[in-house]
Design a protein around this ligand. Structure first.
Ligand SMILES: NC(=O)c1ccc[n+]([C@@H]2O[C@H](COP(=O)([O-])OP(=O)(O)OC[C@H]3O[C@@H](n4cnc5c(N)ncnc54)[C@H](OP(=O)(O)O)[C@@H]3O)[C@@H](O)[C@H]2O)c1
Length: 329
């Protein structure tokens, strides 16, 4: 099968992990790198070689040999960089948070449709084996009606701290960086909430250092979600229902978590075996995008545009409720 030729826009931290996983996908090729400065792209290429090394995002986006571009810049720049790639009719895999707000996300997706071009949010968790397995157990009725979800993500950034995490101009703060994970899982498993409550405590720059969120549903279900940049949490999750409970022991967003099932009211634990990722776990989303492109799809059937728009709309409500504002708002 013809290889899908990938470009990476923004040669930062996550781009390195992604590039390492690209090597694991047989029909994927890293063909081009784009950085603001040529030296940054060259430095990246010393670890992850590519045929084309560009010193501007424009040069990458206009490279005719590139099929799809992975956007790995800070959230506040996703809109601008996605629009640039779409202008050149490049397929786009855009990191989370997909955009700063719903309006931007809507424009990005509308433009992709107008250009008849593929776009997907890089919500890798949705494509990881442990999460797919948990969804399968839920579909089999192992949990019953979900009544409660608790999900958290917290870490204390280690030195050198990425400036974007606290910079309001770059969309800094816990919610858009890591709170997106428990919010996504609650929406995916329980649907759009009937009411949302949220509160945050600010870091010195004004962005949310911590954010606590509660979703309520007309059927009586509740989700409690939490994110923080102030301390290291287990970052696990619990999905409880009328028939049983599923637990992600730690780092539920990533492939290192353990999946446990607690049936009925008896506190017996079953460790559910799950396929282990070969790399960092991004290989699954890379493989999925490849498949979409090879089948000429313009939208992933799994991480649909609707999923991304509901997530962004919900993040807007959470931010308005908790008082998290950015200049673009
Ligand atoms: N899926 C995941 O597991 C995961 C994990 C971490 C982060 N992320 C997401 O990935 C995105 C990037 O995060 P990161 O941790 O890789 O960030 P980072 O290390 O700070 O890198 C961001 C890159 O963006 C480029 N950039 C362009 N304009 C910039 C500006 N004005 N200020 C700073 N950087 C600028 C830079 O690349 P050049 O100088 O090379 O052009 C920089 O290296 C974020 O949206 C984040 O939420 C996802």
């Amino acid at each position: 099968m013809k290889k899908v030729r990938w470009g990476i826009l923004g040669c930062g931290r996550i781009a390195r992990k992604f590039a390492a996983d690209l090597k694991l996908v047989a029909d994927a090729e890293l063909i081009a790198l784009g950085a603001r400065a040529l030296s940054a792209a060259q430095n990246f290429a010393s670890d992850f070689p590519a045929k084309h090394i560009h010193g501007s995002y424009e040069a990458l986006a206009s490279n005719p040999e590139v099929d799809v571009i992975y956007i790995a810049t800070p959230h506040a720049l996703h809109h601008q960089h996605t629009m640039l790639c779409l202008q050149h009719k490049k397929a786009v895999l855009c990191e989370k948070a997909f955009a700063i707000n719903f309006k931007q996300a809507n424009e990005m997706i509308a433009f992709a449709k107008a250009q008849n071009t593929f776009i997907m949010e890089a919500f890798w968790t949705r494509l990881l084996p442990h999460y797919i397995k948990a969804k399968q157990l839920i579909a089999e009725g192992k949990v019953g009606t979900i009544k409660y979800f608790y999900g958290e993500f917290g870490f204390k950034p280690a030195d050198p701290v990425a400036p974007r995490l606290y910079d309001p101009a770059l969309g800094g703060g816990a919610l858009l960086d890591i709170g997106v994970y428990p919010v996504f899982i609650a929406l995916d498993l329980m649907g759009k909430p009937d009411s949302i409550d949220a509160t945050m405590t600010p870091a010195s720059t004004g962005v949310d250092e911590q954010c606590a969120i509660r979703f309520q549903y007309k059927n009586g279900a509740i989700a409690n979600l939490f994110c923080t940049l102030a301390s290291n949490l287990a970052s696990g999750g619990d999905i409880s229902g009328t028939n049983g409970r599923i637990r992600f022991t730690h780092r539920m967003h990533g492939p290192s978590t353990q999946l446990e099932y607690y049936p009925g009211i008896v506190d017996t634990r079953e460790v559910i075996p799950v396929e282990r990722a070969q790399g960092n776990g991004y290989e699954y989303e890379i493989h999925h995008v490849n498949e979409c492109l090879q089948n000429n799809l313009k939208e992933s059937p799994v991480l649909t545009h609707e999923v991304t728009l509901l997530l962004m709309q919900t993040l807007d409500v959470i931010r308005a409720t908790a008082g998290i504002r950015y200049v673009v708002d």
